[in-house]
Design a protein around this ligand. Structure first.
Ligand SMILES: Nc1ncnc2c1ncn2[C@@H]1O[C@H](COP(=O)(O)OP(=O)(O)O)[C@@H](O)[C@H]1O
Ligand SMILES: [Mg+2]
Length: 383
């Protein structure tokens, strides 16, 4: 069994629960060299899903992956630098091993592709993409990605280029031409599938759903929800069996669901505290561990509460006390003492900022499960 069964970062191996349909969907998009944007609130499992599918993809012949994050992109030049580093990593995989027997043929192919090759001592051959004269234009970004696609085509491989934290591009001063330049390359890529993701769902949505932006209608959109109760029960019981030789009492698992509301990060956070001992935890072990998690997360929750308007806060607290399916009903309006128009405005903003979500039963709830516990304990009201 994998070392960390309940990681707080990427879930892999035995730690990875289900997502079978989404794995298949993403794989198929990649296979057809389609561009994809994966949208979900942070800590829902976007990176884990991409990682899992890319690993499977690379196990097949002639399928290669490069992956980067644009987290530190702060202008055009740094964006090009980040992309070129990932492109070079991919080139190293695309270009066949150069031996004395095939040296002449490979060199002439590289020459036609305008790719430079040099011997790097111990690390072997390294390859370079030639940028246009000035390396600081959006056009050079398009040219660089086009050159990469030409190489993939020439050497008959299919590639996947993963760009995480892609919304950072939208924060750059002159972001429009950069978005347009990447769009241009994505649109014309025959052998590269681009997978975009990021932790700010609202900014990503604006990039991909606004008809005035270059990426509008350019990508397959995939949404990730929380993992179903059924799949989590199977997952946790498998781990229980291998750990303790028997299944866990279902009521304990249900308690974990009740507290974490099946938020993937919090399930792992809680289970890493109570599921890894030598015997099954008791109900009070679970309750105590959850209380300590909420205590540790309190500052983060309060920080996000302090950034929002009083109207938004009123709704968030009301939903933490009691989830609601009819946000715009007279009943809810009376209960929070706010006019329906204000509720509409405030709840839209809360949803965009990933502070509330609608569960699979249609109930609106705070996205962060700690909030319910904190409001229940009046912890928020004391600060
Ligand atoms: N399929 C999965 N099965 C089990 N745990 C998962 C799964 N996907 C994600 N997680 C867990 O959820 C948390 C967030 O995962 P991550 O992939 O980093 O999310 P994101 O990229 O959306 O922020 C981590 O603790 C991770 O281990
Ligand atoms: Mg991630």
């Amino acid at each position: 069994m994998a070392k960390d069964i309940f990681p707080l970062t990427i879930a892999e191996g035995y730690a990875f629960c289900n997502r079978t349909t989404q794995q298949k969907e993403l794989y198929e998009h990649m296979d057809k060299s389609r561009a994809v944007v994966l949208l979900a609130p942070r800590r829902y499992g976007k990176s884990s899903l991409i990682h899992k599918v890319c690993n499977n993809w690379e196990n097949d012949t002639n399928k290669l992956v490069t992956s980067t994050t644009l987290f530190h992109a702060c202008d055009l030049q740094s964006t090009i630098d980040i992309i070129i580093t990932a492109a070079h990593a991919l080139l190293d995989k695309i270009i066949p091993t150069i031996s004395t027997a095939n040296m002449g043929r490979i060199f002439s192919q590289l020459k036609k592709l305008n790719i430079t090759a040099k011997m790097d001592g111990a690390s072997g051959w390294s390859y370079g993409l030639q940028l246009s004269e000035s390396q600081q234009t959006p056009e050079s970004l398009t040219a660089l990605l086009k050159q990469l696609n030409d190489a993939a085509k020439k050497f008959n491989v299919q590639c996947c280029f993963v760009m995480d934290e892609f919304q950072q591009i939208a924060t750059l001063k002159d972001h429009f031409p950069i978005e347009a330049a990447i769009r241009e390359a994505v649109q014309n890529a025959s052998n590269i599938s681009y997978v975009f993701s990021g932790s700010n769902r609202n900014m990503l949505r604006l990039m991909f759903e606004d008809s005035a932006r270059p990426f509008y209608h350019q990508c397959q959109k995939m949404m990730l929800d929380r993992i179903s109760e059924k799949h989590y029960i199977n997952h946790l019981q498998e781990i229980a069996k291998s750990k303790w030789g028997k299944e866990s009492d279902l009521s304990l698992i249900k308690r974990i669901f009740e507290l974490t509301e099946r938020h993937p990060f919090y399930i792992n956070y809680l289970c890493s505290k109570v599921w890894e001992g030598t015997s099954t935890p008791s109900l009070s072990d679970i309750n105590n561990a959850w209380a300590s998690i909420c205590e540790a997360e309190k500052n983060d929750v309060l920080l996000s509460m302090n950034k929002i308007s009083t109207g938004q806060r009123t709704i968030l607290i009301a939903l933490a006390r009691k989830p609601e399916s009819e946000l715009f009903s007279q009943r809810f309006s009376t209960s929070v003492n706010m006019p329906q128009s204000s509720i509409q405005r405030a709840s839209k903003q809360l949803e965009q900022d990933d502070l509330i979500y609608q569960d699979d039963m249609g109930q609106w709830r705070p996205l962060d499960p700690c909030l319910k516990t904190m409001v229940g304990n009046n912890a928020y009201l004391h600060l």
